[in-house]
Design a protein around this ligand. Structure first.
Ligand SMILES: [Zn+2]
Length: 359
């Protein structure tokens, strides 16, 4: 990146550390208005192009959207400088996203068939979510193959993850090998507000056993609440983070909610691993959020391109979690427009007269 684009941005940067390398990086970053305390969109998808046995095929809750809608949303995200990451990649302040980009997490719940399916001839269904992501990556190699799949062994949605019995092991391994995240959506999809500690531990551990016995490389260390239903107490909620059941231990780095808002970045004081909010795919909703964040009505996370540096506008500095960012380089830029200089007061008439007389 040439530094000649820098004059586009007129704010003054105050830098805690003024080493040459950092000075260069900061100068390069300025033209992108980095804001590493801005909002991060985590998107929630379910079925893509599924057939419906009743009612409208594409419902108002966004539980089934058309393949064309997903393609259009990817185009919009790309144009808005968004950049896909896995959920587990944005849980520490060292987020690794290129300069000027906003991280976005595409999450897919329930391991529904339309997310990943093969045709009878053995090729991937071009309209399933995985094929759509790969088609987009082939067209835009700078859009990596990243997404997080919240799977479960079986539920009312599938007899087996991604619906085609016999292909589940192949599919789970495929996702892991391609660099997608495979994570925990419980075992039975029961609403967690009705479950006790023992049941919650089984829901977490049995899903880990099922997936890891088929795809050992699956990380299985983030979880999405089935139906967005939360356990009744904080103690029960904490049961979802760490535990052991039937000889299987599980550890979740965060808990994802459903149908919410944007989420906060980990360097933000109010970041909470149990409160990762997600934007649902109701018709027009994701499109609305892309426009909302692009317009700056709500400030999105914009990367400075250096995972070990946190760059923020001065007005956001009060939200920086200094404990969680110990040892990182912190760059703060002044984002307030300076007040216009006061116009010069007219010289008093008396003084003017005197001047005339003297001259
Ligand atoms: Zn679900």
């Amino acid at each position: 990146m040439r530094t000649s684009c820098v004059p586009l941005f007129s704010a003054v940067i105050s830098i805690a550390l003024m080493g040459n390398a950092l000075g260069q990086a900061a100068i390069k970053a300025r033209s992108f208005h980095p804001n590493e305390l801005g909002s991060i969109p985590v998107l929630m998808y379910h079925a893509i192009g599924a057939h419906s046995s009743r009612g409208a095929r594409y419902d108002k809750h966004g539980l089934n959207i058309s393949p064309e809608t997903l393609r259009k949303q990817l185009d919009m995200m790309y144009a808005a400088n968004w950049y896909p990451v896995n959920m587990r990649d944005i849980l520490t302040p060292t987020i690794n996203v290129p300069l000027g980009k906003t991280p976005v997490v595409l999450t897919f719940d329930d391991a529904r068939g339309t997310q990943f399916s093969y045709l009878p001839n053995g090729t991937m269904d071009p309209d399933c979510a995985v094929a759509i992501l790969e088609e987009f990556h082939a067209k835009h190699p700078d859009w990596p193959l990243k997404a997080s799949f919240y799977v479960l062994p079986r539920s009312k949605y599938n007899p087996t993850p991604f619906y085609q019995p016999g292909l589940e092991t192949k599919k789970l391994n495929y996702l892991v090998q391609k660099g997608y995240e495979v994570a925990n959506h419980s075992t039975s999809h029961r609403m967690m507000r009705t479950l006790n500690a023992e049941q919650l531990r089984w829901e977490m551990a049995e899903c880990v056993r099922y997936v890891k016995s088929r795809a050992a490389g699956a990380t299985m260390d983030t979880m999405a609440l089935p139906g967005g239903s939360t356990p009744r107490t904080t103690e029960l909620m904490n049961t979802l983070l760490n535990g052991t059941e039937g000889g299987t231990s599980y550890h979740n780095l965060c808990i994802l909610r459903a149908w919410g808002d944007t989420t906060l970045p980990p360097a933000h004081k109010r970041f909470d691993i149990k409160e990762i909010k997600r934007i649902g795919s109701e018709p027009g909703y994701i499109e609305g959020w892309i426009k909302h964040l692009s317009s700056g009505e709500e400030k999105p996370f914009i990367s400075d391109g250096d995972p070990n540096m946190i760059t923020i506008p001065k007005s956001r500095e009060k939200y920086l979690d200094t404990a969680r960012t110990v040892g990182m380089k912190i760059v703060v830029w002044e984002d307030k427009t300076p007040k216009p200089a006061k116009p010069l007061e007219e010289e008093p008439k008396k003084h003017k007269k005197k001047k005339t007389k003297d001259s």
